[in-house]
Ligand binder design. Structure first.
Ligand code: ZN
Length: 128
């Protein structure tokens, strides 16, 4: 499954903040919808927020793709994504981290997945 890791972009973003090229207001601009999704559907993670250093980070998963039709772009729970993998030909899952404390948000990863990418044996893909 093709995976794009955005850690380098995240690091560059944080560096820009430290150097003053980007203000905290610009960096910590999570939309109210995203904050709501993080609160109700998001997954808590142990890592502290890179801005406020509080353990208030949550991951929000979105699924996009033509095969999802009108439900493309919806926030999904991890279990739903797993279920969709066996049902939908192809879609992309975007993982966004959101801080409930300071509203920092950043794209962490995107994964192209779905039936088309399922291993022929029906087993799990490497790294899952
Ligand atoms: Zn924070």
């Amino acid at each position: 499954m093709p995976t794009v890791d955005y850690r380098l972009a995240r690091r560059a973003h944080l560096r820009a903040i430290r150097m003053g090229f980007l203000s905290l207001t610009e960096a910590c601009d999570a939309h109210p919808e995203l904050l709501r999704a993080a609160r109700f559907v998001g997954e808590e993670i142990r890592e502290p927020c890179p801005i406020c250093e509080k353990r208030a980070l949550r991951l929000v998963l979105y699924a996009y793709g033509d095969h999802l039709k009108r439900s493309s772009g919806y926030v999904r729970r991890r279990a739903e994504i797993a279920e969709m993998r066996g049902r939908v030909d192809e879609f992309v899952t975007y993982v966004v981290e959101v801080c409930m404390r300071c509203s920092w948000n950043h794209l962490v990863q995107s994964v192209t997945t779905g039936r088309r990418w399922a291993p022929a044996s029906g087993g799990r893909a490497v790294g899952e």
